[in-house]
Write a protein that binds this ligand. Structure first.
Ligand code: A2P
Length: 336
């Protein structure tokens, strides 16, 4: 028997950081009901270009998949992802690994019954850096090539942190998206604003970033939602062209500057949560934008760090997240 005095000293755990007011209780969600070892079969029911213009620089499709009869039916939640296992083998003769795609539909699905989910897929078309041959992303091009009726091997759902709170109406929201990072926000917006039980009164602001205005994803749908719901503000940030309202190019964080009053008020509230989804690196710019907009007390609601780090936002680097720059539980990040 080991007496207390004989026990090896326990490794010291860092004391959990006291969190700010307004930390959300996130929804309980199910995960991994369908595993890669035994994927289920879904069937494509719709596929359409979902950029503002069909002549956009990138090819982005809204692909809807009927998952009825699988474990995903009725069990995915807004903000979660699902897996796609591309058919065929890799160059080395192994089966392709699954790729995760954000679900762009609300919990009630595209069909209102949770039987059809949609995702937002951008074709990956690049050049190999070493020999400048064409590189086509396996899963994205597979999905974008599919026609209605085609079968897709699917897994999931996945993700438990990038979801809405149990009581969505208890919070207000600032969403930052770049490119297909808008998918979970379409899902959450339709969940909150299109609820058949009545729209959620929360204040919601989405900042959507794209290279050109033609590349804005779900632009018509989001514009229409903002026109019918005064509590939803939709802002765009175009990175390679001037804006309609500002004579310069903008990344999403630039909207914290051009709309400082709007965001200042929203972010000062203890109800407000920040969600960031999209290109890796955008989270740093958003944090630096927050640091310019908010005073130390305001910033402390969303981001923490030692005083010498917090004092100079211009010296922040991405690798400092999450150890030296620690987002609080009022910030949800999904970057890739
Ligand atoms: P850019 O490529 O002009 O530098 P997409 O996924 O369709 O390519 O869109 C991604 C968008 O995110 C582009 O407008 C891109 O701008 C922008 N972007 C790239 N890096 C960052 C960053 N660090 N912070 C915010 N936005 C970024």
């Amino acid at each position: 028997m080991t007496t207390h005095s004989e026990q090896a000293p326990r490794p010291r755990r860092a004391t959990p950081e006291a969190q700010p007011e307004g930390v959300p209780e996130l929804r309980d969600v199910e995960q991994h009901l369908i595993t890669p070892a035994a994927p289920a079969i879904g069937r494509v029911v719709e596929t359409r270009i979902c950029t503002a213009s069909k002549k956009a620089a990138g090819f982005v499709r809204h692909v809807s998949i009927d998952v009825s009869g699988t474990e995903l039916a009725g069990r995915f939640r807004a903000g979660q992802s699902f897996g796609v296992v591309p058919p065929g083998l890799t160059d080395r003769g192994r089966p392709h690994k699954l790729r995760l795609y954000s679900i762009a539909s609300p919990t009630r699905g595209e069909d209102g019954q949770g039987q059809v989910l949609a995702t937002t897929v951008k074709r990956t078309i690049e050049e190999h850096w070493d020999d400048h041959t064409l590189l086509l992303g396996v899963a994205s091009n597979f999905l974008c090539d599919l026609h209605p009726g085609a079968e897709v091997a699917i897994t999931g759902p996945a993700g438990k942190r990038f979801v809405l709170p149990k009581d969505p109406g208890a919070h207000d929201y600032v969403f930052f998206a770049t490119g297909t990072g808008v998918a979970p926000f379409r899902s959450m917006l339709l969940e909150m604003l299109g609820d058949p039980g009545g729209p959620c009164p929360s204040k919601i602001t989405l900042v959507m970033g794209a290279p050109y205005a033609t590349d804005l994803i779900y632009h018509q749908e989001l514009t229409a939602l903002s026109q019918t719901h005064p509590n939803f503000t939709y802002l765009t940030a175009i990175s390679r062209e001037r804006q309609d309202d500002v004579d310069r190019k903008l990344y999403v964080q630039g909207r914290l500057e051009t709309h400082a009053e709007h965001f200042g008020g929203l972010l000062a509230s203890q109800r407000t949560l920040i969600y960031v989804c999209g290109i890796a690196g955008m989270e740093l710019g958003v944090f630096q934008g927050l640091a310019s907009l908010l005073d130390a007390e305001g910033l402390d609601q969303y981001l923490r760090g030692e005083p010498e780090v917090m004092g100079d936002a211009s010296a922040w680097e991405r690798r400092m997240i999450p150890r030296q720059l620690r987002p609080t539980k009022r910030v949800m990040l999904e970057v890739y």
